[in-house]
Design a protein around this ligand. Structure first.
Ligand code: AMO
Length: 439
């Protein structure tokens, strides 16, 4: 039935109930929970702003998750969520669910195999914790955009179908592009640099693709990359300072706009120091070996070394962040600028590339890039890359590019570490991993 009352009333959100005590309101949402005690029925309606309890008599409650409209009077009720209750005068089912959800959506913990939860992600993602994590991520992305826009950056959109890899390595997804070989973009790296020649300061928020064969708690095959590139820098220090300001803006916005979600998830926001500590990769490796007895394998830091280095900074300086700087050439892509010696000459072994660790894990890579055409050609040769396949990128350097640098934050890693989520897959609505292509 569409009653006259339902069409006349404006929609009220559940979080607005306190302003409507004593009034008749119309709520729209999902039937989050229901209980029928014979003569009296209780319901919880969930809308985008929260939850509201309703109580009524003679109500015919549909299956949970049905879309409903509730009209009723608002009364203060200490035991109801939010402190108010709606005395239901009419309940209208807008869309009835035809099957109950596979898990009870209102429960805070589901004792179910995590893979099964992902199989049913289309509806399990409605869970309050799942929704809260994605909401925090949305605010985080909004803060990233807003802050950079305020610093004069322009948002760009670069191709995700590309002819060559930007980061090197074997983790490219090949695709068939009308009979020609092509790949899914690993990173907007080369295009964001080209766009510095247009706008000086650019950013992009878009998914990127990595054919990671291994299943870890930190790798996805598709993740949201928060990319930044800035022209006319002095050195990578300017880039690290920029990232520090971006992170501070993100935390400030979450503090202001995501309190309910953070509280629900029991998450504590980190303080972003005005100057995030910096340590060179060589010193970092030495430190974890000497202090913790951990011998680091490979050229980079391994996950255990990242964890220990973060632990050291948490213990000694009370911060969750540390920049690891001056990566050796062998651990960085061809586009990374060499570091300078004290006399100003180039050091062929070290670069101006850095990583940012947050709570034990790398959330960012960045650095200063090569901006001079001959130096870039030399680097491509040294890395034994095919100059022809990179010609579309290197060409722009013939026409003049300013000194520049940038960074990329993996949105899921940052979200997961902020919220205490143990696997990045749960910081994405529909994760893609080695074995998962649906939903
Ligand atoms: P890099 O390859 O280090 O650098 O990636 C940057 C950040 O992206 C995140 N990340 C991932 N997140 C989830 N799953 C993955 N498989 C994955 N791989 C990377 C991490 C990482 O720190 N072009 C450079 C960035 C730059 O220099 O501007 C790049 O892509 O948080």
């Amino acid at each position: 039935m569409t009653t006259a009352a339902s069409t006349q009333l404006q929609r009220t959100l559940t979080r607005e109930l306190p302003q409507h005590e004593g009034q008749t309101v119309k709520l729209l949402g999902f039937l989050h929970a229901r209980r029928d005690l014979g003569g009296v029925q209780f319901l919880v309606l969930r809308d985008r702003s929260g939850l509201a309890q309703g109580v009524g008599a003679g109500l015919d409650l549909p299956l949970p998750e049905s879309s409903i409209e509730v009209i009723g009077k608002v009364k203060a009720h200490a035991k109801a969520p939010g402190g108010y209750e709606v005395q239901v005068e009419s309940l209208r089912v807008l869309t009835p669910a035809v099957e109950p959800p596979p898990v009870e959506i209102p429960k805070m913990e589901w004792n179910v195999n995590p893979e099964t939860l992902l199989d049913y992600r289309v509806v399990t993602v409605r869970g309050l914790k799942e929704r809260a994590a994605l909401k925090v991520q949305a605010e985080l992305v909004a803060a990233f955009r807003d802050h950079l826009t305020a610093e004069g950056f322009t948002e760009i959109s670069t191709p995700k179908i590309v002819s060559a890899g930007a980061e090197g390595g074997a983790n490219l997804f090949p695709i068939d592009y009308f009979g020609h070989p092509a790949y899914l973009a690993q990173s907007p790296q080369l295009y964001k640099q080209i766009m510095v020649g247009v706008f000086e300061r650019v950013f992009e928020v878009a998914p990127v693709y990595r054919a990671e064969e291994h299943a870890t708690s930190r790798h996805l095959n598709e993740y949201l990359s928060l990319d930044v590139e800035m022209g006319f820098i002095e050195s990578e220090e300017d880039v690290m300072d920029l990232e520090t300001r971006v992170l501070a803006a993100i935390m400030a916005r979450l503090k202001e706009r995501a309190q309910p979600e953070l509280a629900l998830l029991g998450a504590a926001l980190p303080e972003v120091p005005a100057h995030i500590p910096r340590i060179t990769l060589l010193e970092a490796r030495q430190l974890v070996t000497e202090k913790y007895g951990h011998a680091v394998g490979g050229k980079d830091l391994d996950p255990e070394a990242e964890r220990l280095l973060s632990q050291h900074y948490a213990e000694t300086q009370g911060t969750d962040f540390v920049f690891v700087t001056k990566y050796p050439r062998a651990a960085r892509p061809f586009y990374t600028h060499a570091d300078h010696n004290a006399d100003g000459s180039l050091n062929p072994d070290l670069t101006r590339g850095f990583d940012l660790l947050f709570r034990g894990i790398e959330i960012t890579s960045g650095g200063q890039r090569i901006h001079e055409y001959p130096m870039l050609q030399d680097s491509i040769a040294e890395y034994r890359l095919n100059p022809e396949s990179l010609a579309g990128y290197t060409e722009v350097f013939k026409y003049g590019m300013p000194p520049h640098g940038g960074f990329a934050i993996g949105a899921e890693r940052l979200t997961a570490k902020l919220l205490g989520i143990s696997n990045v897959r749960y910081a994405r609505a529909f994760p893609r991993d080695r074995h998962r292509l649906t939903p």
